[in-house]
Design a protein around this ligand. Structure first.
Ligand SMILES: Nc1ncnc2c1ncn2[C@@H]1O[C@H](COP(=O)(O)OP(=O)(O)OP(=O)(O)O)[C@@H](O)[C@H]1O
Ligand SMILES: [Mg+2]
Length: 503
């Protein structure tokens, strides 16, 4: 599922409009045959002139255009399309042997180019990627603290104190051109916040490109960002234009910047200082005007200490830092997020939103959420699929979420219960025998990769020890046979409710 919603039609189905510009009727026809579907509407134009005329009315989501056409050239048409709307992705089609034009097109900000004859699966993948990028650029991420609006759209949800601070910083960053460093654990909304800054900035009509530095092999990252010259390294058969050049005047989101190799860091520092760089293997200095927003879920200070991250780059990025709070530090936002996600899923599926019973909210509020908002979203998505009725019940929640809630502790999901997996029967004392419980936990672990026996049990023990000692941490630690510092760490790690912990 996409991080950011598409523009959804009333019936819940997103319809994308493609404009094919080619003077050959055969090509127009084969695109129509290949791509027209329930989700995609294909329009055609026989020349650049015709395309420019229908463009404002049509407002397509993607343009695919031949480089070589009678009348206005592909490049000239591209230039004019970019002037009208720099966020509209344009894919250029070119025959082998004219790649120089393709490179020119990339410099003008084309999304990508395709070589004829087409590789169909690749073509479809490229189109899907371009449509996704277009949707995300156009979707304005709102960061107003949510009002009681019944149909709130794409937004950053949260009313808690820590989130108010985030909203303020997002607003300030949107109004400035400063480089920003967004920090926070996985799933706290770093990319969402980066998009919010972009969509409210003066560059919102220019492109936004997100690059995950951890996902691209080290050897390719530099060329991906800065491009390369022909023959720069083995396999560099053609010149290639990098994202910084392609995204000129736009915004680049460098995700997981902590994983960027040192050599690339040096180049980034220079771009930040002077807006200049050379393509890999080239001498020509290229000048660009690009805003950089970086994000990391690793403490960069540690990487600096370990000399895997340049100190000067760190200071440069750290000028405006936007730390995102983990979900466990803003539990009061959980009901709001639950409401938001249930409405979002309802919109996606075209069905009325499911309700949640109070017990579910209680469980969700006491879970530690190591995967933060993303984990909450995924848990709810799964629960709304598993739930058989109108409402989500505790048994519909994933086992790891359920098992970590105090009191309710360990209970199987509906699926597990249906498979005959339940907590073993109680003995005369009213308590199930511990070895039977353990065997059950192992069974659950076999059923669900996310269910981790040891942390689940450890959390239970910490809670029980705290209850037993009325929240006295010194005594609880003694009881558990760990130091008080370790106990503190466990309390934090498991997000154990502070009301159980009397200082
Ligand atoms: N405050 C929020 N309100 C609504 N949705 C949110 C919020 N924070 C995060 N999300 C949603 O949670 C998911 C994860 O967010 P995002 O991808 O921005 O996190 P991230 O910090 O970049 O995570 P990672 O470090 O794993 O890449 C997305 O689907 C996003 O829309
Ligand atoms: Mg991310």
């Amino acid at each position: 599922m996409g991080e950011v919603d598409g523009i959804v039609a009333a019936d819940g189905i997103a319809m994308d409009k493609l404009l094919i510009i080619d003077d050959e009727v055969d090509i127009q026809r084969s695109f129509r045959r290949l791509l027209e579907s329930q989700d995609i509407e294909v329009h055609t134009a026989g020349s650049g002139e015709e395309a420019l005329e229908i463009l404002p009315r049509l407002n397509p989501d993607l343009v695919i255009m031949d480089v070589r056409m009678g009348g206005m050239s592909g490049l000239e048409t591209l230039r004019r399309i970019r002037d009208a709307d720099a966020r509209l992705p344009v894919i250029m089609m070119t025959a082998y042997g004219t790649t120089q034009t393709a490179i020119e097109a990339m410099k003008l900000g084309a999304f990508d180019y395709l070589l004829k004859p087409f590789d169909i699966p690749k073509l479809k993948e490229l189109i899907a990627g371009a449509l996704r990028a277009a949707r995300q650029m156009k979707a304005v991420v709102s960061f107003e603290p949510l009002l009681e609006s019944a149909d709130y759209e794409l937004g950053i949800v949260g009313r808690s104190g820590p989130m108010q601070t985030v909203f303020k910083l997002v607003g300030q960053l949107a109004a400035s051109e400063a480089t920003a460093l967004i920090t926070g654990e996985s799933g706290t909304g770093k990319e969402l916040v980066a998009r919010a800054i972009y969509s409210h900035s003066s560059r919102s009509r220019q492109p936004f490109v997100a690059i995950n530095c951890a996902a691209i092999p080290e050897s390719l990252l530099e060329s991906e960002l800065f491009g390369h010259e022909k023959g720069a390294f083995t396999g560099a058969a053609q010149q290639r234009i990098g994202k910084f050049e392609q995204c000129n005047h736009g915004t680049i989101f460098l995700d997981e910047i902590g994983d960027m190799p040192l050599a690339t860091q040096t180049k980034i520092l220079r771009v930040l200082q002077s807006g200049t760089f050379e393509r890999v293997g080239g001498n020509e200095t290229v000048k660009v005007d690009v805003r950089v927003i970086a994000a990391t879920n690793k403490p960069l200070e540690q990487a600096v200490a370990a000399r895997t991250f340049r100190e000067d780059l760190f200071y440069r990025l750290n000028v405006v830092r936007l730390p995102l709070p983990p979900l466990r530090e803003r539990r009061e936002d959980i009901p709001l997020l639950v409401d938001y996600f249930l409405r979002k899923f309802a919109k996606e599926s075209g069905r009325p939103p499911k309700a949640v019973v109070p017990d579910v909210v209680r469980v969700l509020e006491s879970h530690a959420w190591p995967g933060n908002v993303r984990e909450l979203e995924n848990s709810l998505r799964r629960a709304s699929v598993v739930a058989t009725g109108e409402a989500i019940l505790p048994r519909d929640l994933p086992p790891e979420v359920l098992s970590s809630s105090a009191g309710l502790s360990i209970a199987p999901t509906a699926k597990m219960a249906a498979a005959g997996l339940s907590i073993p029967a109680a003995d005369e004392a009213g308590e199930p025998e511990i070895s039977a419980v353990i065997r059950t936990l192992f069974q659950w672990a076999r059923q669900s990769r996310e269910f981790k026996v040891l942390p689940a049990v450890e959390r239970e023990l910490v809670i029980e020890a705290l209850k037993d000692t009325k929240g006295n941490q010194v005594q609880a630690a003694k009881l558990l046979g760990i130091t008080r510092a370790t106990l503190r760490k466990r309390i934090d790690k498991f997000g154990i409710r502070k009301d159980l912990v009397i200082q």
